[in-house]
Design a protein around this ligand. Structure first.
Ligand code: BGC
Length: 762
């Protein structure tokens, strides 16, 4: 009975949250435009991309022309042959059944005045809306249609206005893009130009909640020319671009009409130097072009991307001048820098940044190459703090967290991936998983710590509570233990931590975060006493279930100890014992880590905050598997999904080489090695506490918080430790020189020196 009532309350509250979010709906410029699609009733997913067109005259001088546009699928629009904007994968990726974003472009310069007509053309690709998802083999997830919705508003110099909307006056056909799929590449036949235009089907006004696009768009960014072009032992023609990335290859070719070029993408070569596709599970990373033979042709895909460093080319002779790889990802501001005297650690930082580049792609994804590329919640929560040091995530994660609340089940459960492509339109069963669903509490709180954004925390608070309530609803009423199956400490090596242990630890942590959020927001929430009591019961249950008579944990793993210390799960009297046991476990493992996705982000923090800075550095600097520098030593240019994705004997199987989760150590580089930490939300107060060690002779980092640049740099010169810091305006900072009491400093530059011996051992 008690359970039924709480499920009911959950239901009402979750619906309330969703209604609140959807109530953000407002009048949009597109409200009188009509969705248009092809009149054919057959399921055209996976086929040629429809093209829509409309001609119109502009008779007078234009002061400003604005295009509002969105699609079911992905669109690329051109006016008079010129591309509208530089963005890709528009209209972006949201929980399409709950909200769809539209873009606004100033297209004044693309219009022509006079008697010759203007032409607006938009091609629509399958995208995430209806395209086939690689690992789910599912098509038409949100709908079968590839449709367009747009409105052009022209303001003339004399102050009058004209507008044009998608409606029955448009026509459609198909063109050179014969198929295009995010996961299965693109086929482009340059010989097919759009013709045979026919009337469009007018589908009515928009029924979904339209909202303006308000994050940094995906754009083409860094580019790489071939570093090496060679023929593999198997006779494959291969280009090495030197960097693993998300994006595509652009070709400039002259050939004959009908010549076919195939370009396939891979992250690595096998141990014999041949092209390796085994880890490209559930996708076909191949783009195919059929040439028109009309002079030089510049070829690149439109609605797909690949995760790759190598390209295998057929039907084309690659040179350093005729092909270039573009890294394509969300155009996020770089917010921080880190470097130090150890080149391998610098390469690790490089690899972290490149895994962020490849996976901050409209949403935070797990990987950019195989048939997933989904918004795995667990991956997002483990990387958030590191990502925020390196990229400005304020808008990006604000958007993703809103979709998280919208896709949250009425039970409070959080889907494994956001947008929830596994159970579109909320029809599927959504069972929450510990460490993954907890993204709903961990990310908003981390977001608040980093950006001091109370409004976001306020918005997420009902969702945080609903998740904590969901976790509690899954506990056994007699034991207060959450015993659902989960992913555990995903991809940990050696002895595994029980999934029940992980469940209970993360549930306690989430309840704790809900209580912290209520405090921060000064919310008089009648539910709080019940959460406090639940926290007490769940901790007791944790002690009963996992503590031995000797005061140790019956899960004798690094992750079990790390989580118990990080989440404050133990009675105070057992704290030191737990630290000792963690140290012992690390020593027993030959001074190597043994943690997976969930334990790794906290491992070095727990060590350094418990007097074990030397051991933390020892782990950071290990070069044999499992360790961060193992992949670096083996030529990685991004972070691998598994510690041993490529085995010491050169063999490997199907793991991704571009998964950012283990890059979560980057947070420790900034917060401990360089010592930049927020002391109040949003860095209104800052702590600079560098922790020299590990044989490093210098390290420096900077972070652009909303008040300005924070910088911390230390170097050892002779027997002197020199520290320089920079504190932005309107903040105050405490600087802790090793071995000394912290002192408060004002904005500006400050210089400190101390002798190495008084600074402790490093
Ligand atoms: C993804 C992960 C994800 C996991 C869940 C994988 O297939 O690539 O990164 O978190 O599934 O266990």
């Amino acid at each position: 009975m008690k359970k039924t009532i709480s499920v009911l309350i959950c239901l009402i509250l979750s619906q309330f949250i969703q209604a609140q979010s959807l109530n953000t709906s407002h009048v949009t410029p597109l409200d009188d435009a009509r969705w248009i699609s092809s009149a054919s009733s057959t399921d055209s997913t996976g086929g040629p991309c429809p093209i829509f067109r409309r001609e119109f005259n502009v008779k007078q001088q234009v002061q400003k022309a604005t295009l509002y546009i969105t699609a079911h699928g992905l669109y690329e629009a051109r006016i008079n042959g010129r591309r509208v904007g530089n963005d890709y994968f528009m209209p972006g990726w949201t929980s399409y059944d709950k909200r769809l974003l539209y873009q606004t472009y100033d297209v004044t310069d693309l219009l022509q005045t006079g008697s010759s007509p203007n032409k607006i053309i938009a091609t629509v690709g399958d995208g995430w809306y209806r395209g086939i998802y690689g690992n789910q083999q599912r098509r038409n997830n949100y709908g079968k249609d590839a449709s367009l919705l747009c409105k052009l508003i022209i303001l003339y110099s004399d102050g009058t206005k004209d507008s044009l909307i998608t409606d029955g006056n448009w026509q459609n056909t198909t063109g050179p893009i014969r198929r295009s799929s995010i996961y299965f590449g693109e086929l482009y036949d340059a010989n097919i130009s759009p013709q045979g235009w026919s009337a469009v089907k007018v589908d009515g006004i928009s029924q979904v909640n339209l909202q303006p696009y308000n994050i940094e768009p995906v754009t083409k960014q860094e580019h790489f020319t071939p570093q090496r072009i060679f023929v593999s032992p198997k006779g494959e023609k291969i280009v090495d671009f030197g960097q693993n990335m998300a994006g595509w290859v652009q070709l400039r070719v002259k050939g004959h009409k009908g010549d076919t070029i195939r370009i396939c993408h891979a992250e690595t070569l096998d141990k014999n130097g041949n092209f390796f596709l085994v880890n490209m599970l559930h996708c076909d990373p191949t783009d195919v072009y059929i040439l028109s033979g009309k002079g030089e042709e510049i070829l690149e895909p439109h609605f797909t991307y690949h995760g790759f460093r190598y390209a295998r080319v057929e039907g084309f002779k690659p040179t350093k001048n005729n092909c270039v790889a573009f890294a394509v990802h969300s155009n996020l501001q770089h917010s921080g820098t880190f470097s130090c005297s150890n080149e391998f650690i610098n390469q690790l930082q490089h690899n972290i940044e490149w895994s962020l580049n490849g996976n901050l792609f409209e949403i935070p994804t797990d990987c950019p190459q195989r048939g997933e590329r989904l918004g795995w919640t667990g991956d997002a929560q483990v990387i958030f703090r590191t990502a925020a040091f390196n990229r400005d995530l304020h808008l990006f994660f604000n958007k993703w967290l809103l979709d998280l609340t919208l896709d949250q089940a009425v039970t409070g459960s959080i889907p494994k991936v956001i947008p929830d492509t596994y159970s579109p339109a909320s029809k599927g069963v959504k069972r929450g998983v510990a460490g993954w669903g907890d993204a709903s509490t961990i990310v908003p709180m981390d977001f608040f710590t980093v950006y001091g954004d109370t409004a976001l925390l306020q918005r997420q608070y009902p969702s945080m509570k609903a998740w904590a309530r969901y976790e509690l609803s899954r506990t056994d009423p007699s034991t207060h233990l959450w015993t659902d199956w989960g992913y555990g400490d995903w991809l940990a090596v050696g002895e595994q931590t029980d999934s029940v242990y992980i469940d209970q630890a993360f549930m306690i942590h989430s309840i704790d975060l809900v209580l912290q959020a209520a405090d921060i927001l000064h919310i008089q929430d009648p539910e709080i006493p019940a959460f406090r009591e639940a926290l007490r019961q769940c901790k007791l249950a944790f002690w009963n279930a996992f503590l031995t008579r000797e005061g140790l944990l019956n899960n004798n793993t690094q992750t079990a100890y790390v989580l118990s210390l990080q989440f404050n799960l133990l009675p105070d009297s057992l704290h030191d014992r737990a630290v000792k046991q963690l140290i012992k476990l690390i020593h027993d493992n030959n001074d190597h880590l043994a943690t997976g996705f969930l334990g790794t982000p906290y491992l070095l923090h727990v060590l350094s905050s418990n007097g074990q800075i030397d051991l933390a550095y020892t782990l950071l600097k290990q070069e044999t598997v499992p360790s961060w520098l193992y992949s670096v030593k083996n030529g990685a240019t991004t972070i691998w999904e598994r510690w041993d994705a490529i085995k010491p004997d050169g063999e490997f199987d199907f793991y991704s080489l571009n998964h950012y989760a283990y890059g979560a150590v980057g947070d420790w580089l900034y917060r401990s090695v360089a010592g930049i930490q927020p002391m109040a939300p949003g860095y209104k107060r800052i702590k600079i506490e560098p922790r020299p060690g590990g044989g490093l002779t210098w390290a420096k980092a900077s972070y652009q918080c909303r008040y300005g640049k924070i910088a911390s740099e230390w170097r050892i010169s002779g027997d002197h430790l020199i520290i320089d810091v920079e504190i932005p305006p309107n903040t105050e900072a405490m600087v802790v020189v090793p071995g000394k009491e912290g002192i408060m400093v004002t904005p500006g530059s400050h210089h400190f020196e101390t002798d190495v011996t008084s600074a402790g051992s490093f």
